[in-house]
Design a protein around this ligand. Structure first.
Ligand code: NAD
Ligand code: TYD
Length: 357
């Protein structure tokens, strides 16, 4: 199957994966259509991520529209105004720790927001088959693994945090709209992304910045939880491949085949940062602090991505050592970006919730 998608509505395009996705399409994928970026600009959305693209393409092939995906009239207006033929749905509340402290925003955006987009698409597209709703989801919907095994597309859902439960719910709605109304959909469930423009509350950017600033490095629990790390542009290449060539109604798992315990990952990162800053490793290691574990902390995620490799020929292109180094360089070169994103709501939130740390 080969689709021709021209007018894309990217939700959450000012966030980490979304801004990298828009950049990937214009700069690497040779995309020549139009991208409409719908984003509410929550604490996690930052227009600076796309300032160069706005300057070069704004009002021509790139359009930023501030708005909430739960606002039905707003979404309907955008479908009509831009003649949308594909949705790439990334907008979400995305941080597990925040979902534990305040689940409501996750239910609103991730469940109700997804429902709103689906329902507008169903009405606007009315049975067309030359359109696509692509939903970007997470491996966390599958729950937690023991020491062995992998999540495949047929693994039963078993979400365990408010974040993953809200994403699982959105996945079910997406499939239900396909089965019930025939809405053309594809879905990807990916592992932990890393790379530039990630908000510094997630593990990697948080640790990189805290190392540079001489702050403590908070390791949850025993540090032995395992995540599978995937470079963000490898993920975005997979999303675009699935959108163009994936079978309608199908899900594809995307992973880095790159499992690390948090503590081993941190030690690896310390080696890179120590060398770049010319500091002894022991100095940075002394910043590690084991803190109270996250409630319900999933032990291990690991993805079996053989389906997308076999059926669509996707493969990861960035090796972890290379990707980590690029990521550290990016954060060190873009300290101003970090200062900007941390100066608003995030700083207030951290102060309120993590003052004790
Ligand atoms: P992010 O938090 O960096 O960005 C989310 C974006 O969505 C922000 O720009 C924010 O302003 C916007 N947004 C939030 N609520 C909105 C609303 N109601 N209306 C409109 N816009 C809204 O998230 P991310 O890491 O880029 O993740 C993008 C998607 O990928 C999410 O759906 C997430 O569940 C999924 N995902 C992320 C990872 C990861 O490692 N980051 C892994 C698997 C899946
Ligand atoms: P995170 O980046 O929040 O992603 P997710 O929970 O969606 O996988 O966390 C990645 C791992 O790092 C997870 O096991 C929790 C752990 N972690 C810490 O140990 N310390 C921290 O300060 C953070 C933010 C995460």
């Amino acid at each position: 199957m080969k689709r021709k998608l021209t007018n894309l509505l990217v939700t959450g395009g000012a966030g980490f994966i979304g801004s990298n996705f828009i950049r990937y399409l214009f700069e690497h994928a040779g995309f020549s259509g139009r991208i409409v970026n719908l984003d509410a600009l929550t604490y996690a959305g930052n227009l600076e991520n796309l300032a160069d693209i706005e300057a070069a393409r704004g009002g021509k092939s790139y359009f930023f529209e501030r708005g909430d995906i739960c606002d039905r009239a707003r979404v309907e207006g955008l479908f009509a105004k831009h003649d949308i033929d594909a949705v790439v749905h990334l907008a979400a509340e995305s941080h597990v720790d925040r979902s534990i402290l305040g689940p409501e925003a996750f239910v609103k955006t991730n469940v109700m927001g997804t429902y709103t987009l689906l329902d507008v698409a169903r009405n606007a597209w009315k049975g067309r088959d030359d359109v696509l709703f692509h939903h970007v989801s997470t491996d966390e919907v599958y729950g937690s693994l023991g020491d062995t095994g992998y999540f495949s597309e047929t693994t039963s859902y078993d979400p365990r945090s408010p974040y993953s439960a809200s994403k699982a719910s959105s996945d079910h709605l997406v499939r239900a709209y396909n089965h019930t109304y025939g809405l053309p959909i594809t879905l990807t469930n990916c592992s932990n992304n890393y790379g530039p423009y990630q908000f510094p509350e997630k593990l990697l950017p948080l640790m990189i910045m805290n190392m540079a600033e001489g702050k403590s490095l908070p390791v949850y629990g025993d540090g032995k939880n395992i995540r599978d790390w995937l470079y963000v542009q490898d993920h975005n290449a997979a999303v675009w491949l699935v959108m163009n060539q994936g079978a309608t109604g199908e899900s594809y798992n995307v992973g880095g085949e790159n499992e690390w315990t948090n503590i081993d990952l941190l030690m690896n990162l310390i080696g890179i940062v120590a060398a770049k800053l010319g500091l002894p490793r022991a100095k940075i290691e002394s910043q590690i602090v084991y803190v109270t574990d996250r409630p319900g902390h999933d032990r291990r995620y690991a993805i079996d991505c053989s389906k997308i490799k076999r059926e669509l020929g996707w493969k990861r292109s960035v090796e972890f050592a290379q990707g980590l180094e690029k990521t550290v360089d990016w954060y060190f070169e873009r300290k101003e970006w970090v200062a900007h994103v941390k100066s608003g709501e995030y700083a207030k939130w951290i102060d309120k919730n993590y003052r004790a740390r």
